[in-house]
Design a binder for this molecule. Structure first.
Ligand SMILES: Cc1ncc(COP(=O)(O)O)c(C=O)c1O
Length: 488
């Protein structure tokens, strides 16, 4: 059976309760076929894959398939899998309109896949190698539900009032413990601020710093456009920091002393530069910290995928070197899913009040119920287990990416960590052409230039996020990438 079926369990939008799952699955599939959401000829995932996506028994799926074959909704043929009955549609992928106009997560604050739902997922968006997304089909929702049951079951009703604007104490305590243990962060619960995404935290921090007199912010030559817009939106003027083989540098080159560098704040991705993939080495970390201390500047450490390091032990957080100079930022968007909607800052004492004041001023209020569940998810060890599982799965994907690209002879960077890598294009080729070629093949991907700050061009490359496709679509996504590169 080929593994290029284009839907995952979650895309079926099933509401499966504890009982009657088989009936619910059958009904959902009938409706999807009847309404045309599942086109004739569409290949359904094997029962094992769909069952694992949905967190239900394989037999339940197999029985539902058998029932629907008997009713004539589906066909099953030995060796060619289970399909929606009826004439086969053209094998050409649908036009990549949703992809070509697709948001780049730096541009808009919604996910194409979520926005287009099943219709889009049946088309091009399952083959999505854009950076910045975890495999949301692997969200541990059964364990999330178990954590929710435990957490809500023991929570007094007072928790349902307006929460502490700094974040629920339960979550701040759980995070402080987790970050100290796994990332070496010097965190006490009093220093943790919970926010509704790293972007929101960055906005509150930048606004607070501007109010305190900051004017100039250093940003890495490449990064999320959204984060640059957040900084300028807060009134800061941006200065691009070059990124070399050992990570970001203070202007002037090398670790240097930073003497005369008149920045008030610098936003860095030390563990795994986004998107170039380099790690900030010890010498450069020390140089940034020395410079920040001497100047009274603030370093912001965006540790968005610090948990995912494959070949060596994770690099500890830079914050530990200078907790009074470095703001540590983390998010649930990569290790769990953007839908959790929670991120956290660990702040120097003097910035806690000002940052919480900004969040309060605009009524930012990360959902307390989600905070409770995440706290339980962390303290029960479920978060660690999920990260371990994901790390293994992503490392395998990374290895498959490397193996698939090997025959092309193209250089790949940023492999030791994270959920994405950078593939150099053959000399003389343009990113736009490569991205358009990929879209023609129903593959969503971005060029490196999409992340560049003004005036920071580099040799053409593609940024490959290998975490995003659901497991069943990964082989096809890789094949489309290789076909794209071969067609150049
Ligand atoms: C570099 C970087 N930092 C942080 C984040 C996480 O942001 P948020 O918590 O707002 O989802 C992302 C997500 O795409 C990212 O790419």
């Amino acid at each position: 059976v080929p593994d290029n079926w284009a839907i995952s369990g979650r895309d079926l939008h099933l509401d499966l309760g504890r009982s009657g799952r088989r009936a619910a699955l059958e009904q959902a599939l009938r409706e999807a076929v009847q309404s045309g959401r599942l086109a004739p000829g569409t290949l359904l995932p094997p029962s094992r894959a769909l069952a694992s996506d949905l967190g239900i028994a394989r037999n339940t799926v197999a029985e539902a398939y058998t029932q629907l074959v008997a009713e004539g909704w589906l066909t099953a043929r030995q060796g060619s899998g289970t399909r929606v009955a009826g004439p086969s549609p053209s094998s050409a992928p649908p036009p990549p309109s949703t992809v070509s106009r697709a948001f780049h997560h730096g541009e808009f604050a919604f996910s194409t896949r979520a926005a287009v739902g099943l219709a889009g997922a049946l088309g091009d968006t399952a083959y999505d190698l854009r950076a910045g997304f975890p495999d949301v089909a692997a969200f541990p929702y059964a364990e999330w539900l178990a954590a929710a049951r435990t957490a809500l079951g023991r929570t007094p009703s007072s928790t349902y009032r307006y929460p502490d604007p700094q974040g629920l104490p339960e979550l701040r305590t759980a995070l402080a413990g987790y970050l100290a243990r796994t990332r070496g962060v010097r965190a006490r619960p009093e220093r943790v601020v919970v926010c509704g995404g790293f972007g929101q935290g960055l906005w509150a921090l930048a606004t607070a710093l501007h109010r305190l007199g900051a004017r100039r912010a250093g940003v890495e030559s490449h990064g999320l456009p959204l984060h640059r817009r957040i900084l300028t939106g807060a009134g800061l003027t941006l200065v691009g920091l070059p990124v070399g083989a050992a990570g970001a540098e203070l202007p002037g080159g090398g670790p240097g002393t930073g003497q005369g560098v008149d920045l008030d704040v610098a936003l860095l991705t030390p563990a795994h530069q986004f998107p170039l993939g380099t790690a900030l080495d010890a010498e450069h970390r020390a140089a940034f910290v020395r410079w920040a201390r001497a100047r009274g500047a603030v370093l912001v450490e965006d540790d968005y995928d610090g948990e995912f390091r494959y070949d060596r032990r994770p690099l500890g957080a830079m914050q530990a070197l200078a907790p009074d100079q470095v703001v540590y930022g983390g998010t649930a968007s990569k290790a769990l899913a953007p839908a959790v909607g929670l991120a956290w800052l660990v702040l120097p004492e003097r910035l806690i009040g000002p940052v919480v004041a900004e969040l309060t001023r605009v009524g930012a209020r990360p959902a307390a119920l989600n905070q409770l569940v995440l706290a339980e998810f962390l303290t029960s060890g479920r978060y660690d287990r999920h990260v371990r599982r994901s790390r293994l799965a992503y490392r395998r994907r990374r290895d498959r990416l490397v193996a698939a690209l090997d025959p092309t002879g193209l250089r790949v960077h940023g492999l030791p960590a994270g959920l994405h890598a950078v593939v150099d294009l053959p000399a003389g080729h343009s990113e736009e052409v490569a991205v358009a070629e990929a879209h023609r093949r129903g593959l969503a991907i971005e060029g490196l230039a999409a992340f560049a700050a003004a005036g920071h061009d580099r040799a053409p490359a593609l940024v490959v996020g290998y975490a995003s496709p659901p497991a069943h679509a990964f082989t096809t996504a890789l094949a489309r990438l290789v076909a794209t590169l071969r067609a150049l």
